[in-house]
Ligand binder design. Sequence first.
Ligand code: S3P
Length: 449
Amino acid sequence: MTSNTPLPATFKPSGPLTGTISVPGDKSISHRALIFSALAVGKSRITGLLEGEDVLATADALRMMGAKIEKKDDVWTVHGVGVGGLMQPDNVLEMGNSGTSTRLLMGLIASHPISATFTGDASLTKRPMGRVIEPLSRMGADIRARKTADYKECLPLTVNGLCPAVPIEYRLPVPSAQVKSAILLAGLNTPGITRIVEPVLTRDHSETMLRGFGAQISVETDAEGCRVISLTGEAELQPQKIKVPGDPSSAAFPVVAALIVPGSDIIIENVGINPTRAGLYEVLQNMGGDIRFAKKRTVGGEPVADIHVRHSPLTGIDVPADIAPSMIDEFPVLFVAAAMAEGETTTRGLHELRVKESDRLSQMAKGLGLLGVSLTEQDDGLTIRGSGGKPLPGGSIKPVIETALDHRIAMSFAVAGLATESGLSIDDIRPVETSFPGFDELITKLAAT
Ligand code: S3P
């Protein structure tokens, strides 16, 4: 973040949201586009890259390890060093708020003959890294992490890579695309076959993109119904031209805003609708949301569409736990939609939300509570009793909502503010820059047209 001082922001009740917009590039795909391009031999070109702080942290780290990354007009060019060709960074890798940068790059370094120290902001240094340390250590990397009082392994940490590393077969104990991708990245420079067994499907951008870059990767389903991903190591990646679609996790905010503000009717162009990411849209449709997908197409192996959303009365539902991985980043804004629905919405199986950029169950419960929403917080979910479309009262003062360095908490309450009686303030809007530069202006534009 450019400044060290929190920047409060106010969001007021809004008239109808209308117009056609687009959202910034997909964060997950942007990280992977830079990393795989840095590992190809030669020049890749990327358009639509998310220029948020998280992705820029990945770019800076890759530059420190030898990749040449530049931007001219709307095109990012990456001159890759080839798998195995990363150089020793001569400074600490500063990861800011970005768990994806940290975990993916840890995997990358684990099978290179280099070492790197990672650090981050007050949110990232609290997040658990044991989930990547464990498989990467099995592959031979030596990783030294700070231990917390409750024996969690956290940043700062140092990865001493091993080359050649040892291929492993690893069953993911938590449904995490970051862990899966860290192991795949380590496997790229490891002789033999690295195999990952995934009992619960998580976002599959790494697999799709690796295939596009020419890696030998296969995906099968075993007798228990688990996905088995096999990657042949010592890969040679070919440079690519990549078009990054709009981020469905960012589109989620204007989508919910349009659903809950009466009279709204918006179109969001060019949004990724990969089924491993699109759970929120299905849940909102099941709640009665008028959401339509137009001009469905495939761009760079990823399904993309324009999303048309109209204000709709929503009804609370029981959100099944098995849809959680396909909407894991969207629960904060779903809770806002639930707060405006008729009746009760129940969610469960959401332990992972407690170890994101903040404890998202607790932050959302606290903030919605301040707005007068009736809810119950369980260990693994929230039960929310909605207002039936009535504006959220929020008490007689404007509540100042704590965002805990979490971009998705900040944007969720910005959306909630549009549906309050008298507005609300959040304590810090800066974290939005990690994933959605221009968010504030976009919401203002929708409210003004
Ligand atoms: C991401 C995976 C998810 C998600 C994060 C981005 C990725 O994390 O929450 O914002 O790009 O792989 P987990 O893999 O830890 O669930």
